[in-house]
Design a protein around this ligand. Structure first.
Ligand code: ADP
Ligand code: MG
Length: 737
């Protein structure tokens, strides 16, 4: 069944050529016990290694059931070693970090036998070699003879057709030698056993055929064989598949890591440092970006782009500031000076229908750019407060007629009604500190209004008096007295004598709102704020009380968008020759005075820092490569052994790759846990210096991405050493002590 023809193998070291196997031809029967005898250095081991496909011959032919071994692909040779062959070495070559039973299972693990079957068969074999009670011991807890018996059990595990034994009794005493020979003879009853020995007596006692080698050739053969004419068996029948599952390589990697837990943990910890660095920068930059975004929304919320019928001329103010006069001048001259500055400072915008349409269309076409938009017309109306006296009689107090511009110039009494902006800006800028969001009920002529207070909860005394509160400076009034309070609004003129509450619009204070951020600037309109629904209702039902547009407030979603919107506003003025044109429109942007800290800048800084911190990732990658390399060196013999047992090159690299993936994963998880813990002291320090809470924030997507990066890097760093391990020559690897 195994036929060798004209086999040659030479070793050249320097100028010295050794013909280890020299034109050797021989054929073996399917079942026989062949002993190969010969002096040391005559090529016995070389021959056996070539038979076991651990080594390639220089020339010659080996055929297995008529299939040429030299034509086998690598993967087929792996299968041949795994299923058809059992190796027994001179030294037992057990893997020290595995138990006895796990050592026996190794070959079956490689061929993908399931766990239960594997264990059953291993125990059966251990029973056969008389070591079943030692199954959980480590190899170094056994005697040499016992270890050799474990090796025999392991060689038999996949029920091979051929057993190759290279001086199996070479390192044991003669009594144990006999035990081992008995065992081999017993297990080999229906197999081909080819055993190299230098013990002539043992050979004569146990073997059925004795072949003597000398200088790489057959010197004598006690029972030659020639199969010429026998039927061939197909390759597919000879070679069963070997497949080590991912799960198996993963579990085996875990097991190995467990034996050097300290090292694995330290490696993971060292690799996690780079991950922590990058994760902290990400946490900080995303927190800062969020902070900037909130700052922008709130600033814009407080200072929308304001296009008012009366507008302060910012350019004129700036010009005025630049005018410097020398004090106590020596020149004998008088300087003419126009002290009527209001005429210079104020600009009257002609908010024509055309202009309002120009702006409103832009809002309607690009709603994504705006978080709020308000067009307030000039309205003439009166607000009437019912006053109930001690006897329960109601009288009316009217206080608020507003027909002209109420934004500029400042109303000296602080009597202001504001229009609440439409859109998301309300929620991001205001806190409702009492009551609920305003709603409206046009069918019943009832509309909610809100009271706005500054960050100290203050409202102008005049407004409070007008609302019917008889109070003095610094007096405090409970929220309860506001929420639910009912007033009336009479569009147009008011006559106390003929006033009938049923004719008026009912107003109900639904909430007290306050600006969110503890900014040093306060909302400029404190007092009553209307909803757009109310304004629309008045426009529709009392058109004569509504005249031209008083102001337009534009709330862009952020500073960048604000510039875009301003460009659109500027474009309107292109149609006029000069700025002095009566229809030239000026707007004011008070939020422009705040430096627009750009998110792009933060991103740029973050990328720079991440690039810098990535150096530590490079360091940890190199470290993992070195550690894998060390591990490969340490486990060279084991690599040789599992290759002899039929592991594919792929399986070998997979074991190391799995280890690195586990370490990378561990490093990633550890890194993110530590990052999360570190954000607490970091945020405490940042809060102390900046007063801002929770700047560093670890997000879920950061966690996932960083763990993936860590795992991937560890995997990639170990690829080369793992590949080196896979490429190792099994014969050389097995020789390493
Ligand atoms: P045996 O097992 O019969 O003692 P080997 O097969 O180990 O002999 O060696 C046969 C000959 O080949 C010896 O002369 C040995 O020195 C030589 N040899 C074996 N392996 C190598 C090698 N890797 N490099 C160089 N020479 C080798
Ligand atoms: Mg030898």
């Amino acid at each position: 069944m195994l036929k060798v023809q004209n086999l040659k193998k030479t070793y050249t070291v320097g100028d010295f050529v050794t013909n280890a196997v020299d034109d050797l031809s021989i054929e073996f029967r399917q079942t026989e016990f062949v002993a190969i005898l010969g002096p040391s250095g005559c090529g016995k081991t070389t021959f056996l290694n070539i038979l076991g496909a651990l080594d390639r011959p220089d020339s010659g032919e080996i055929s297995l059931y008529g299939n040429s071994l030299t034509e086998f692909k690598d993967i087929e040779l792996d299968r041949y070693r795994n299923h058809s062959l059992g190796f027994i070495f001179q030294t037992h070559n057990l893997v020290q970090h595995l138990s006895i039973v796990e050592n026996v299972e190794m070959g079956m693990t490689l061929s993908g036998v399931n766990e239960k079957e594997r264990r059953e068969r291993a125990l059966e074999l251990l029973n056969k070699v008389g070591l079943v009670e030692h199954m959980n011991k480590r190899p170094n807890q056994l005697s040499v003879g016992q270890s050799q018996r474990v090796a025999i059990a392991r060689a038999l595990a996949n029920n091979p057709d051929i057993i190759l034994a290279d001086e199996p009794t070479g390192s044991v005493d003669s009594k144990t030698s006999h035990q081992i020979m008995e065992l081999i003879k017993e297990v080999a009853e229906n197999k081909l056993v080819i055993m190299v020995t230098h013990d002539v007596k043992l050979a004569e006692q146990y073997a059925t055929r004795i072949v003597r080698l000398n200088d790489g050739r057959v010197e004598s053969d006690s029972n030659p064989y020639d199969s010429s004419g026998k039927v061939d068996v197909s390759k597919e029948l000879v070679l069963k598949k070997t497949a080590m599952s991912f799960k198996t390589s993963f579990l085996s990697a875990l097991k190995n890591l467990k034996t050097k837990l300290g090292r694995a943990f330290l490696t993971a910890f060292a690799s996690s440092i780079g991950i922590i660095g990058i994760a902290l920068i990400l946490a900080l930059s995303s927190g800062m970006n969020q902070e900037i975004e909130t700052f922008q929304t709130q600033t814009i919320g407080q200072y929308p782009i304001n296009i008012s019928s009366v507008q302060i001329n910012q350019d004129a103010i700036a010009e005025l500031r630049q005018q410097t006069f020398e004090s106590f001048p020596k020149e004998k001259e008088v300087i003419a000076y126009d002290s009527n500055i209001t005429s210079i400072l104020l600009h009257y915008n002609n908010l024509t229908d055309e202009y309002v349409e120009y702006v409103t269309n832009y809002y309607n076409e690009n709603p994504q750019l705006f978080s709020g938009f308000t067009v307030k017309p000039k309205m003439k109306y009166t607000i009437i407060t019912p006053i109930v006296d001690a006897e329960g009689n109601t009288s009316y107090k009217h206080f608020f007629t507003d027909g002209s511009s109420n934004t500029m110039p400042t109303d000296q009494l602080g009597r202001r009604s504001t229009l609440l902006p439409d859109g998301g800006i309300f929620d991001s800028v205001y806190d409702i500190i009492a009551g609920a969001k305003p709603s409206s009920d046009p069918a019943n002529k009832t509309f909610d209004i809100v009271i706005t207070v500054d960050k100290y909860n203050r409202i102008n005394l005049n407004i409070l008096n007008d609302l019917g509160f008889v109070v003095e400076d610094r007096e405090r009034i409970s929220f309860d007295e506001f929420v639910g309070k009912e007033l009336f609004l009479k569009p147009g003129g008011y006559n106390a004598a003929t006033f009938n509450p049923d004719d008026a619009i009912k107003l109900r204070i639904s909430a007290i709102v306050r600006i969110k951020k503890a900014d040093s600037f306060t909302l400029f309109n404190n007092g009553i704020a209307f909803t757009n629904e109310l304004v629309d209702y008045i426009k529709e039902n009392y058109p004569t009380t509504v005249s031209s547009v008083d102001y337009i407030h534009i709330y862009p979603i952020n500073f960048d968008v604000k510039e875009q919107i301003k460009e659109h506003l500027d474009a309107y003025n292109d149609r006029f020759e000069t700025e002095d044109d009566p229809n030239y429109i000026r707007y004011s942007d008070d939020s422009a005075v705040f430096a627009a800290i750009s998110k792009t800048l933060i991103d740029a800084i973050s990328i720079g820092l991440i690039a810098f911190t990535s150096i530590s990732l490079v360091v940890s990658s190199i470290m993992i490569a070195i550690i894998t390399y060390t591990s490969v060196i340490e486990r060279t013999k084991e690599i040789g052994l599992i290759r002899a047992l039929g592991a594919r090159k792929k399986d070998v690299s997979r074991i190391f790759n799995s280890e690195n993936i586990i370490i990378g994963l561990l490093a990633g998880i550890l890194g993110m846990v530590l990052t999360y813990i570190l954000t607490f002291p970091l945020n405490a320090i940042l809060r102390h210096y900046s007063g801002v809470n929770d700047i560093a924030q670890v997000h879920w997507h950061h966690i996932v991405v960083m763990i993936l990066i860590s795992t991937f890097l560890a995997f990639v760093s170990g690829l080369i050493p793992a590949r080196m391990a896979a490429q190792k020559n099994p014969v050389e690897a097995l020789k390493i002590e």
